[in-house]
Design a protein around this ligand. Structure first.
Ligand SMILES: [Zn+2]
Length: 202
């Protein structure tokens, strides 16, 4: 059964969410919508990035650096409270796709685990995957046989569902959740980890 998706524009950039947008969310930035104190916001960002790191590690993508800084925004106004930089890789695009989708899924799980999962926060958490959606859509469009990233449109020729990548990532995060915690804790403390730091943690 296909899932229902919502599309909103953040500074002109389309972002897709399964959680319906709450009323009163227009015009607010993601940080305000998450409505977390600075400490919890940093943990949220660290867990999001740790999700990318752990699935990247599983899938053979080298992580060169990962960092969190809750003061960063990108040029489009999208939240860039964390960043994960990969070295050159040669893996099937779905492995990069699952890696991209893992951040939001990890942070979603963390919100639920901490008793912080309100509908508004879950929506804002999905908004915080906007950069991941945009990055992957661009990578898919640049493939020799281009793929269209889809949201609730299974069966589109050349299409691939973002949710399927997320489900695959989430299964890996479930199996290796202690590693997500280790990376998130270190990232929360240090603010930045290198590839060799990560190798020591996973
Ligand atoms: Zn991300």
């Amino acid at each position: 059964m296909s899932r229902r998706w919502y599309r909103v524009f953040v500074s002109g950039v389309p972002v897709h969410t399964e959680q319906p947008p709450p009323s009163g969310g227009d015009g607010k930035n993601v940080r305000d919508l998450l409505d977390l104190d600075d400490d919890a916001l940093r943990r949220h960002a660290a867990t999001h990035e740790a999700g990318h790191v752990v699935v990247a590690h599983h899938r053979g993508l080298p992580v060169e650096e990962v960092a969190v800084d809750v003061s960063i925004t990108d040029g489009n106004g999208l939240p860039l409270v964390g960043v994960c930089r990969y070295g050159p890789f040669d893996v099937p695009w779905q492995d990069f796709g699952a890696t991209c989708a893992a951040g939001g899924r990890a942070a979603n799980r963390w919100l639920r685990q901490e008793g912080l999962a309100t509908p508004g926060r879950l929506w804002a958490n999905e908004l915080s995957t906007g950069n991941d959606q945009v990055t992957l859509a661009q990578a898919c469009a640049d493939l020799p046989a281009p793929v269209v990233l889809t949201y609730g449109q299974p069966g589109v020729a050349g299409g691939y569902e973002w949710a399927d990548l997320g489900d695959a990532a989430e299964a890996e995060l479930d199996r290796d959740w202690p590693a997500v915690h280790r990376v998130a804790d270190a990232l929360y403390r240090e603010g930045r980890l290198t590839g060799s730091d990560i190798d020591d943690l996973i």
